[in-house]
Design a protein around this ligand. Structure first.
Ligand SMILES: Cc1cc2nc3c(=O)[nH]c(=O)nc-3n(C[C@H](O)[C@H](O)[C@H](O)COP(=O)(O)OP(=O)(O)OC[C@H]3O[C@@H](n4cnc5c(N)ncnc54)[C@H](O)[C@@H]3O)c2cc1C
Length: 476
């Protein structure tokens, strides 16, 4: 170990000492609602929503907006918003395709329309935040993708040109080294691409809790600590069993994200992976001045293993990403939410980007599970003669896209053809992941190859090129 590496380790360890091992956003007794009671006995409804993250909450809320007389029930295994929806980075993006580059690569003929519908979806979220008076610090700041390696500078330039060539109505500004450092100062930044309109930052837990309140005000009956255990057709409707009761529903919307779907056939499409984040203590005026981060834009860097970072209302920095952990057998467990070696690595990277912040401490460390699918963008479907609908596969970019997903699921359950259901993105599914042990080995080789590509100016090896050809990928 060189003296420099040893010093970086010490700085990281010092900064992490005493951090609370819990998601910052959920550690908020002032705003966190009292849990709703669990379901005991039988319930009947027109629509049952399973899952109380953004997907489920938007599904329930929009169902009531479309028809206020509809009888809607939502069951949540723990508490609404406890999972990814309450612990994410809070980047609420218009993109429905996990970013423009992935959208262009997979849906070149449809990308302009996907971007248009995505932009409308983000506008609708903003509008709902105001209409329901959801106090979630929603700020339409935009996002800057930064280049930290010379080869990425050209990629950012090309991305802006490509968007213009495809007729995509996006407000993208290329920033050279000085321009990007004038927005947020880091010696690591070589250039940036600022998407001014396509991203808002939010307080994610307060968005979930606000949607929960809006649902209840609209008459949705929410049961928490109520896992749906089994789904079966009975007498022309669906029956969902819970530990102490049962719900009979005309239609069911499944919004269970990375957790095992009640429909077994959906499971092969999803690989649950863990993503991690740190939150700093509030920065002092002096530290803020050293950063120059006035616009509160979200930022992310441009490698395969990328970081995302943003600043909060009270001037903390959220710093997340890089490591992505898959566990054999698609296992999900609370113990995976804390990973000291990842937190140490993230902290070292933080101080490498922002050496002027040496001495800043982290107040919170956490991880959460993401529903990666092989095309990194949501997929949709129905089962039981159209009585059950689902959306999943948001792959780490679901804060905005889950609202669009909810609209699609409601369209499908109503048997309606809309501009959304006409999209190829909605009509076609991704390739499923192979069963174990091939799944585990394949993800491992892919992650190793992605890290190697990052170290070799983005050059992809034969394995990645083959996956690109068949449309199979792995991302967070
Ligand atoms: C650390 C981290 C950072 C992220 N950062 C961003 C970001 O900055 N921007 C972005 O766009 N996306 C981000 N994401 C992803 C984003 O948070 C998700 O895509 C989004 O929250 C998914 O919402 P959801 O409702 O589908 O899932 P979830 O929030 O996971 O909700 C699913 C819910 O279903 C419940 N459930 C599951 N099974 C059952 C059952 N059988 N019965 C009853 N309930 C059940 C669960 O308890 C859970 O509450 C991040 C994710 C993580 C983990």
């Amino acid at each position: 170990m060189t003296a420099r590496t040893a010093a970086a380790r010490t700085t990281a360890a010092r900064a992490l000492a005493g951090a609370r091992p819990t998601p910052y956003w959920l550690d908020d007794p002032e705003h966190r609602p009292e849990p709703a009671s669990a379901l005991a006995g039988d319930e009947r409804c027109d629509l049952l929503v399973v899952g109380g993250g953004y997907s489920g909450l938007w599904s329930a809320l929009i169902a009531k907006e479309r028809d206020p007389d509809r009888n809607v029930v939502l069951v949540e295994a723990r508490e609404c918003g406890w999972a990814a929806s309450g612990r994410n980075g809070g980047f609420c993006a218009a993109s429905l395709t996990h970013g423009l580059a992935n959208g262009i690569a997979r849906w070149p003929d449809e990308i302009a329309e996907l971007e248009r519908q995505g932009a409308r979806n983000l506008d609708a979220i903003e509008e709902a935040v105001h209409r329901y008076a959801i106090d979630c610090d929603f700020a339409r700041t935009g996002e800057i993708a930064v280049a930290t390696e010379p080869y990425q500078v050209q990629e950012l330039r090309e991305a802006a040109d490509e968007a213009a060539r495809l007729g995509i109505d996006a407000d993208l500004t290329f920033l050279d080294r000085d321009a990007v450092r004038a927005e947020v100062d880091s010696p690591a930044f070589l250039a940036g691409l600022w998407d001014r309109r396509g991203v808002a930052v939010v307080n994610p837990a307060r968005l979930a809790w606000g949607l929960r309140r809006a649902c209840r005000d609209a008459g949705v009956r929410i049961y928490e600590n109520t896992p749906a255990l089994e789904l079966a057709a009975t007498g022309g409707q669906m029956a969902v069993r819970t530990p102490y009761g049962r719900v009979l529903a005309r239609r069911v919307a499944l919004a269970t994200n990375a957790f095992p779907s009640l429909l077994r056939r959906v499971r092969p499409y999803i690989a649950p992976v863990y993503d991690y984040a740190l939150m700093t203590e509030p920065l002092t005026g002096e530290q803020l001045a050293a950063l120059g981060w006035k616009g509160r834009q979200g930022l992310s860097d441009s490698a395969n293993h990328f970081h995302y970072f943003r600043i909060t209302e009270d001037h903390r920095i959220l710093w997340g990403g890089y490591d992505v952990l898959y566990h054999y057998g698609s296992r999900i467990a609370d113990e995976y939410e804390q990973r000291p070696e990842t937190f140490r690595r993230l902290a070292e990277h933080f101080f490498a980007y922002f050496p002027q912040l040496e001495g800043v401490r982290f107040s919170h460390t956490w991880g959460g599970v993401i529903d990666t699918c092989s095309r990194f963008s949501p997929f949709f479907g129905t089962a039981h003669q159209g009585r059950v609908g689902y959306a999943a596969g948001f792959t780490g970019l679901g804060v905005g896209a889950t609202r669009f997903g909810a609209e699609v699921v409601l369209d499908l359950l109503a048997g309606e053809r809309t501009e959304r259901t006409a999209l190829e993105l909605v009509r076609r599914k991704p390739l499923p992941f192979p069963p174990e042990p091939v799944r585990w080995a394949g993800i491992g080789i892919t992650q190793w190859s992605l890290a190697r590509a990052d170290a070799r100016e983005g050059r992809r090896n034969l394995w990645l090129k083959t996956l690109d050809k068949v449309g199979l990928g792995f991302d967070s």
